[in-house]
Design a protein around this ligand. Sequence first.
Ligand SMILES: Nc1ncnc2c1ncn2[C@@H]1O[C@H](COP(=O)(O)OP(=O)(O)OP(=O)(O)O)[C@@H](O)[C@H]1O
Ligand SMILES: [Mg+2]
Length: 113
Amino acid sequence: MKLVIAIIRPEALDNVKQSLFDAEIHKMTVHNVRGCGQQKGYTENYRGSINTVNLLPKVRVEIAVNDPYVQPTIDAIIRAARSGSIGDGKIFVLPVERCIRIRTGEEGGDAIG
Ligand SMILES: Nc1ncnc2c1ncn2[C@@H]1O[C@H](COP(=O)(O)OP(=O)(O)OP(=O)(O)O)[C@@H](O)[C@H]1O
Ligand SMILES: [Mg+2]
């Protein structure tokens, strides 16, 4: 089991949702967040002096999947979120130790899927 965390542009969310749906990935948690990457939140043509980072609005999508779904999930996100410009986002993949469906007590792969 893995947790796929994608930090994407807010305007990419609808396309990412659709792309995940088309790949039969239907479970997710979405947060509004702020962040910056290697440009420290400034655009390439920013001309002022930089002494702190600029946190930009981003959307964080979390999807817990069984291992065979990790790559399809990543592919679906990239298909929908890549514009080719800086700030397209980042994907992190973390191990998941346990998952429990509260209603039934199911555990592990049965609870995630
Ligand atoms: N190393 C990191 N740790 C935590 N969050 C990160 C990290 N890198 C990127 N992020 C998050 O992802 C968002 C999008 O990052 P971004 O796409 O700008 O990455 P980048 O490494 O600067 O790549 P690019 O050069 O394509 O812009 C950031 O605003 C931040 O929220
Ligand atoms: Mg960046």
